[in-house]
Design a protein around this ligand. Structure first.
Ligand code: URP
Ligand code: ZN
Ligand code: ZN
Length: 460
């Protein structure tokens, strides 16, 4: 199978020109102007933008959490991702405390193998670090191609590790060329505030927000940066939301330290006023919570300053019935919101179209940086010769509205209902195969492949 994309505006982190791409089999064979190849299929991309396929390194598919499970499985989640221009996701395996990493890996392989439409990998969440987990960490890196380890500084009793475990894990991961990622919020401070609000009968979703003030995230982000500096282990903070946390990372640059930072699309475009809508606010109950306008400004600036390296989603959808588990108590609302399908288009619309970021920056934070950080570059996140032919073609002028009635995620509401977006993903190619075309998914469950990853790069 071969595909020739003609006359598209090809944009990478460093290039921006009108030209052609010739795809042979699963990879890119040639890139240039006026390419003259016979192809099985030709796509006229005149007037359209051609980008590397999106990589979302923060999704939770079919994940047991807070007494229920996220409602997108590997099939529905990766299919929805493809519709929105994301060709690869990195999901989180959760180790059960007291059990092994390998048992957790087997559980996630059973959820994903043969079921994904798009490509995928896993981060391994280490929730219990001890001598045997320590040996397994090495095997994950050396044998399984899982080179990033997730840690939680919150969710005590289920997922949280203490600082002693964090430092020991970092030392091990550093020795073997991996990366430690973190949910950086101060779990003890948050638990105290949750208990206080509950004891005062303050039980609506607004109190989820008020139980996680900015300082709980800023403090933990600074502490994580210090532990990463002390151990020299590369560190990556997931879903950063606020100015206070970002300031700690900016300060860390003064000692020539680089802490990698991901924010998520919701923190750039939604804010905490949504928690004032009584129980409807449960749609946006996530951790950390949505913040304020001044935090959005800081995050957009952080992207342009090179402090925020990746925009993900933290896609963790729950049906409305599941959200209602917390009808009478915000602390029982399953945390998370659906976004896997919308990241690329919302960021294009709010970022590029509104003049906040350049096209090259867009490619950096939606694809290339994630490929570099998570050990997949230049195979992924790249339009160079020999790279996997993961390519999206986007119409920069088509306007549309986001709605539960048209999205493809397995969730019965939209957290972005009615949002008007300029820019639509028209065609998606995954490893040389037409995956999305004319609003239809052309690949079956099982086409998506597990991607073994290599060592991390902190030089972006
Ligand atoms: O609210 C969230 N973020 N749910 C998913 C789990 C996590 O903390 O990332
Ligand atoms: Zn988290
Ligand atoms: Zn998450």
């Amino acid at each position: 199978m071969s595909i020739l994309i003609k006359n598209g505006r090809i944009v990478t982190v460093s290039d921006d020109f009108v030209g052609d791409i010739f795809i042979k089999g699963e990879s890119i064979h040639a890139v240039g102007k006026d390419l003259n190849y016979e192809a099985d299929h030709t796509i006229d991309a005149s007037g359209k933008l051609v980008f590397p396929g999106g990589i979302d390194p923060h999704v939770h598919l079919d994940m047991p959490f807070m007494g229920t499970s996220s409602s997108d499985d590997y099939e529905s989640g990766t299919r929805a991702a493809l519709f929105g221009g994301t060709t690869m996701v990195i999901d989180f395996i959760l180790q059960t405390q007291g059990d092994s990493l390998y048992n957790a890996l087997k559980t996630w392989q059973a959820k994903s193998n043969g079921k994904a439409c798009g490509d995928y990998s896993y981060h391994m969440a280490v929730t219990d670090f001890n001598d045997s987990t320590s040996d397994e960490v090495v095997d994950m890196i050396e044998k399984e191609g899982i080179t990033s380890f997730k840690t939680f500084m919150a969710y005590k009793g289920a997922l949280m590790i203490d600082d002693g475990q964090m430092v020991a894990l970092m030392q091990k991961v550093k020795e073997h060329g991996g990366l430690v990622t973190v949910h950086a919020t101060n779990g003890d401070m948050i638990d105290k505030l949750i208990a206080k609000h509950r004891s005062e009968g303050k039980l609506s979703p607004l109190y989820h927000y008020l139980s996680q003030p900015e300082i709980t995230e800023a403090e933990a982000s600074g502490r994580f940066a210090d532990m990463s500096f002390y151990t020299s282990c590369p560190g990556y903070i997931v879903h950063m939301t606020c100015k206070g946390a970002l300031n700690h990372i900016r300060n860390a640059t003064m000692r020539n330290q680089r802490v990698l930072v991901e924010t998520c699309i919701q923190y750039l475009v939604l804010d905490a006023s949504l928690y004032e809508k009584d129980f409807e606010g449960a749609k946006w109950v996530m951790s950390p919570p949505l913040r304020e306008k001044k935090d959005q400004v800081a995050l957009w600036a952080g992207i342009n300053q090179g402090l925020v390296n990746v925009v993900g989603t933290d896609h963790c959808p729950f049906m409305w019935e599941q959200k209602k588990m917390g009808k009478d108590d915000f602390s029982k609302i399953p945390n998370g919101h659906p976004a896997i399908e919308h990241r690329m288009e919302i960021l294009f619309s709010e970022g590029v179209k509104k003049g906040r970021i350049s096209l090259n920056k867009y490619v950096e934070v939606t694809s290339t940086n994630a490929a570099k950080i998570f050990g997949m570059y230049p195979r992924k996140g790249n339009l160079g010769i020999g790279a996997d032919a993961d390519i999206i073609i986007l119409d920069p002028n088509e306007k549309h509205k986001i709605s539960v009635n048209t999205h493809h995620m397995n969730v019965d509401y939209s957290a972005y209902e009615g949002m008007e977006v300029t820019g639509k993903v028209k065609t998606v190619i995954l490893r040389g195969k037409l995956a999305i075309d004319k609003e239809e998914c052309k690949v079956e469950a099982g086409y998506g492949r597990f991607i073994k990853r290599g060592k991390t790069s902190t030089i972006l």
